[in-house]
Design a protein around this ligand. Structure first.
Ligand code: ZN
Length: 337
């Protein structure tokens, strides 16, 4: 079956590397987002040389598993946590690997492959995955948002990723929604991330519970006040815990405020929420949609679908393939120009 498909239509063979804080996934697939093989390994915090060696070995193992010779790989894509320098192919300071500074990861991987190696940050990579492989693939104007530990975003306008002058285009988590507001991890006051990023939300809940001697089932769901996280928060709110519900209302209000700004400024066809959108579904999407009319004009809002990602748990692997596909398409169009 695979052979027949391959004869009918030539697909690009792509190798994807999704570098996460604790795990690195290596995936082999094509430009349609079909995954042939994938494996994971821990992202160690020890020496970068050790990591490079193990990573290249794993790439070869996964290619072998997929039955793709190294010489048939058309492009390699790396999705990695920021901050990074896409042009130089350098990881500047990965948050979970304190020993790694200015790691020339693209050059390191390039040494083992003849195919071109491309890299982008994880949120931009996910936006590319949505635009190539997701339910709204082909949308010309798409915003992808991820509310995990921090808050990331990727913006595609007129079919192209918005990188900006210093690759910080799409860093929507650090637009300031409240002058002089909560302290963000980036050092600014009142960033969107300080109100909706998982780490900051948990911090806020802990402080509020402690200072007000609040009784809430969030603590028990989390297994202790220090272990409070978004899952415990959501679970308590779903069960109707009064404090959790009031905080959930405040949380979705801030999410809607930020999305409203993006809809007003960018006029996107679709805004896609990863992480919490996938996990919490309508419990989070419903209140956000209800609150959005307060934050944007009616007609760009009516033209915009605000929805949870359809790619679920596969988005990380697909994001690395999307970086490879995008790099290849872009470099071809540059050569043609
Ligand atoms: Zn910030």
């Amino acid at each position: 079956m695979y052979g027949i498909t391959a004869v009918k239509e030539k697909r690009m063979n792509l190798l994807g590397i999704d570098i996460g804080g604790t795990k690195t996934a290596v995936v082999v697939g094509n430009d349609k987002g079909q995954i042939t093989a994938s494996r994971r390994m821990p992202t160690p915090s020890d020496t970068i040389e050790h990591y490079r060696k193990r990573l290249v070995e794993l790439c070869h193992e996964v290619l072998q598993q997929a039955g793709i010779p190294v010489s048939s790989v058309d492009a390699v894509g790396i999705s990695a946590p920021g901050p990074l320098d896409c042009r130089r192919g350098v990881l500047i300071a990965p948050p979970n690997n304190p020993g790694w500074r200015d790691v020339p990861i693209v050059e390191m991987v390039q040494q083992s492959f003849a195919a071109p190696v491309f890299m982008n940050n994880d949120a931009n990579a996910c936006a590319l995955a949505e635009s190539y492989f997701g339910e709204h693939r082909g949308a010309r104007n798409l915003v992808y948002l991820t509310f995990s530990t921090g808050m990331g975003g990727g913006i595609i306008m007129n079919g192209d990723l918005v990188q900006g002058a210093t690759d910080t285009g799409g860093e929507v988590g650090h637009m300031i929604l409240e002058a002089g507001g909560r302290l963000c991890g980036c050092g600014q006051l009142g960033c969107w991330e300080a109100y909706v990023g998982g780490r900051k939300v948990a911090e806020h809940l802990r402080e509020t519970i402690r200072s007000g001697s609040v009784h809430t089932s969030i603590v028990e769901k989390a297994g202790g006040i220090d272990a409070i996280n978004m899952q415990a928060f959501e679970a308590a709110a779903r069960e109707g815990d009064r404090f959790a519900l009031a905080e959930w209302d405040a949380f979705t209000e801030r999410v809607a405020q930020g999305i409203g700004v993006l809809i007003m400024v960018l006029n996107p066809d679709v805004v896609i929420l990863g992480t919490i959108g996938i996990h919490a579904g309508e419990f989070v999407m419903g209140p956000i949609r209800d609150k959005l009319p307060k934050y944007t004009w009616k007609w760009p809002l009516e033209a915009c679908k605000v929805t949870a990602s359809s790619l679920g748990g596969k988005i990380g692997e697909l994001s690395a393939l999307a970086v490879a596909a995008s790099g290849l398409r872009h470099s071809k169009s540059v050569r043609q120009a």
